[in-house]
Every structure is written in structure tokens, then in C-alpha cells.
Design a protein around this ligand. Structure first.
Ligand code: CA
Length: 248
């Protein structure tokens, strides 16, 4: 017996085309209810699917802008679903995971999830994460358009054409791998990157230097670009990896 698809927003007569759409794939009714209520209050159109099969169908029918995906589903694991979705679509995925399971988080991020939320969650955190996901999509769209000078924060900018980095208007010497790493963070603003992902993207899978290489290079970038008394240009996400946050 297939479970219901939540069509409440259609009954409310809200015009879908004006709203950003969020698909929640989660089998627990109570969590779906809390999330969809809060996200609708924020002005999003929300649909819930209660298993992986319905979730995949809603990807086509509802065409969401962001997906909130639970790890534990009755018919398919959230990881498998995540892999399926990211192989075909460029939709930000926020994974719902259980408390403190770092392995789950790392695996989720490596399968292409953009972010994760730990259960039990604070609903304000969820809405904040969703906003970040939308902002990240917007940043991505902007960086794909022809901009050559990218401002990372009030102090630091990158000239992508010249492959140069500036701090307070002064050129800072960057080694090629340091530059590549900075650019990787810049293009994945607000997204947690695992150390494995970073190593893979900047140094390649065959590189034998190990994860420590990533830490060392992050330290070098911080040393070159951090401003005294301000937050670091790159945040450490404990046990997982690193993230460059929007500071606006
Ligand atoms: Ca579940």
C-alpha cells in the first residue's frame, strides 16, 4: 500500500511557480509534519515523500530546488538514493542523520550531499541550512557567469583570469596547489568538503601524500589570508573536513 504524498499546499491554493520548492524524503510522519510546517511558514512550497520510490518520482513531478533526505528509509538507503540523485541531477541535498555519527556524515558528503542535519534538530537550524543551500545555488550560478574577479570577503579576492590572489589590494604569493585549493573552497562556498574529497580534487586519487597534506595546505592558506581578530577564511568542521563560509 503506497503511502500518501502530502499535497497540502495544492489545497491551500498557493501558486507553485512563485515559490522555491523543497522535497522532503522521510518516512516519519512527525518529522515530515514539523519540517513541512516550518518551511511553508518561510514561504517555500514543500512536498513530502515517505519512501525512496515516491521520492524519485517526485523528483520528476515536483522538480524540487532542494531535497531534504533522511538516511533511514523503508525501501532504499538514503546513501543509495543520494547516489542515484546526484548522478542525474544538480539539486542540493541536505541529509538527515542521527546524532554524532561522523561516518554517516562523511559518507553522505562524499556521495554528493551538500550538507547534513543531525537528529534531533532545531527547526531554526533546518531553515537556516535550507537558506544556505539556496544561497549556494545562487553563488554557483553567479560564478558560472563570466566573473573573473571573485571577492571571498572584505579583504580577499581572486583574479581567476590571472590566477592571482589579493589581500587588501596587495598580491599574495600562492603556490599552484594552494591556489587550486583556495579556488575549490571558493567554488564550494558554505559547503563542507571532506578531507578525502579535497585530496581527490586537488591532488588526485593517486596521490600518496595522505590527508595530512590537506591540513598543511589549509594552514598555509590561513596564514596568508586570515586577518587578525577576524574569523578564519576556512572553517574546520571537526572530524569531517573544512568549509569556507560566506561572511556577508
Ligand atoms: Ca527515517
Amino acid at each position: 500500500m503506497p503511502r500518501r504524498i502530502d499535497n497540502a499546499f495544492e489545497k491551500e491554493g498557493i501558486f507553485l511557480e512563485d515559490k522555491k520548492r523543497i522535497l522532503i524524503i522521510e518516512d516519519e510522519d512527525s518529522i515530515c509534519d514539523i519540517l513541512s510546517y516550518a518551511l511553508r511558514q518561510e514561504g517555500y512550497a514543500v512536498k513530502c515523500a515517505f519512501n525512496g520510490k515516491d521520492g524519485l518520482r517526485e523528483l520528476e513531478d515536483f522538480s524540487p530546488d532542494v531535497i531534504i533526505l533522511d538516511l533511514m528509509l523503508p525501501d532504499i538507503s538514503g546513501f543509495d538514493l543520494c547516489r542515484k540523485i546526484t548522478s542525474k541531477y544538480k539539486i542540493p541535498i541536505i541529509m538527515l542523520t542521527c546524532r554524532n555519527d561522523i561516518t554517516d556524515k562523511v559518507l553522505g558528503l562524499e556521495l554528493g550531499a551538500d550538507d547534513y542535519i543531525t537528529k534531533p534538530f532545531d527547526i531554526r537550524e533546518v531553515t537556516a541550512r535550507v537558506k544556505t543551500a539556496f544561497r549556494r545555488m545562487e553563488n554557483l550560478r553567479q560564478s558560472l557567469s563570466n566573473r573573473q574577479i571573485v571577492c571571498i570577503n572584505d579583504h580577499v579576492s581572486i583574479d581567476k583570469k590571472a590566477m592571482e590572489v589579493y589581500k587588501d589590494g596587495v598580491k599574495v604569493k600562492f603556490k599552484p596547489k594552494e591556489y587550486e585549493l583556495l579556488l575549490l573552497f571558493c567554488e564550494n562556498r558554505d559547503r563542507v568538503l571532506t578531507r578525502e574529497q579535497i585530496l581527490d580534487r586537488v591532488w588526485g586519487l593517486d596521490y600518496e601524500g595522505g590527508l595530512r597534506t590537506v591540513d598543511v595546505h589549509v594552514q598555509r592558506i590561513r596564514k596568508k589570508l586570515d586577518v587578525e581578530g577576524a574569523l578564519s577564511i576556512i572553517d574546520t568542521v571537526f572530524g569531517i573536513g573544512y568549509k569556507m563560509c560566506s561572511r556577508d
